[in-house]
Ligand binder design. Structure first.
Ligand code: SAM
Length: 298
């Protein structure tokens, strides 16, 4: 971390890879070098002092522990896949959430990890190897090109959609909007808002595609953006389609205080995290299918 990074003041969260090790053993190991406690909400998540560098720690290197933040770890938990399910991770690299899904499924069933970019597929493959997950298959290609009617995907139970986004929740950009040089009408603002609109158009398309899988019961849409355009606006734009397909918004982590911006009925189901929570800026929406379009229930 850069010493000027605002992240330096935040606690270091780490996720335990339960495919390889149990929480108590990790607490014992980390307890030898620093103070450590369990997170009070997210299972298999430890909280360590700010600024601690664990990149070279043997438990990190061998994939027993992932340096994955708390907000990021809430995404796969929101989907809560069951062992034995078929789950699609639509935009998967570098694969932190892919291997979290595999761990939640106790290595049983199948996670299909789809990634568009070849160079990122390599990173995804490394993450999966390091995690020891036995139940992940990689598909290199465009999620939008996957045919939901293809027998390989027709029985997908759950989809995690964490598409490319502005990253405004995790980079210094999250502070940029506070700077005077980014006032309305500024060239950077225009370029940035064009970029965000383009991302939002893709995010909406991808979310509509995820909802169109014939037997999917749960869909999680997440970003590491703080922008309404990529978050509440995307969700709002798909609500009519979602309703016609039998989906409703549900509340991941109902005990979490910080919900979606109050822009439409149901936005209280959405979840936000931000620096005020001592976390990165993330957004999570959970769609749960109540009935199939033909009126039949799952
Ligand atoms: N979920 C990942 C994790 O937790 O490690 C992070 C995913 S990252 C935000 C988005 C990923 O989606 C990028 O690796 C990007 O290359 C990939 N991507 C972008 N467009 C895609 C598409 N149309 N189909 C599949 N993957 C895509």
């Amino acid at each position: 971390l850069d010493k000027h990074s605002p992240d330096l003041g935040k606690p270091r969260y780490v996720r335990i890879n339960t495919l390889k090790i149990d929480t108590e053993s990790v607490i014992q190991e980390f307890g030898k070098i620093t103070m450590v406690r369990k997170d009070d909400m997210v299972p298999d998540m430890l909280v360590l002092p700010a600024g601690i560098d664990l990149h070279d720690h043997p438990l990190v290197v061998n994939g027993s522990v992932f340096l994955q933040g708390k907000a990021s770890s809430m995404v796969a938990l929101a989907l809560s896949p069951e062992p034995g399910w078929k789950v699609l991770d639509a935009c998967a690299a570098p694969g932190n959430k892919t291997v979290h899904l595999a761990a939640l499924m106790k290595g049983k069933g199948n996670v299909i990890a789809c990634e568009l970019h070849e160079h990122r597929v390599k990173t995804l493959d490394n993450t999966i190897r390091r995690s020891g997950a036995p139940n992940v298959d990689i598909i290199r290609g465009d999620f939008l090109d996957i045919n939901p009617g293809d027998p390989l995907f027709a029985k997908v139970h759950a989809i995690l959609l964490d598409p490319s986004c502005s990253g405004s929740g995790i980079s210094v950009e999250r502070l940029d909007h506070l700077l005077p040089s980014h006032s309305a009408g500024n060239g950077i603002d225009i370029a940035n808002s064009r970029r965000i609109n383009k991302l939002a158009a893709f995010q909406r398309k991808a979310l509509e595609h995820a909802l169109s899988f014939p037997l999917v019961e749960r869909v999680v849409y997440s970003t590491c953006s703080i922008h309404q355009e990529e978050n509440e606006d995307v969700v709002k734009s798909v609500l009519p389609l979602a309703a016609s397909l039998g989906f409703e918004l549900a509340s991941p982590f109902p005990q979490w205080h910080h919900r979606g911006l109050p822009l439409f009925e149901g936005s209280e189901h959405l979840l936000r995290t931000d620096p005020a929570d001592n976390l990165e800026g993330f957004f999570i929406a959970l769609f749960v299918r109540k009935h199939l379009p033909d009126g039949n229930f799952h």
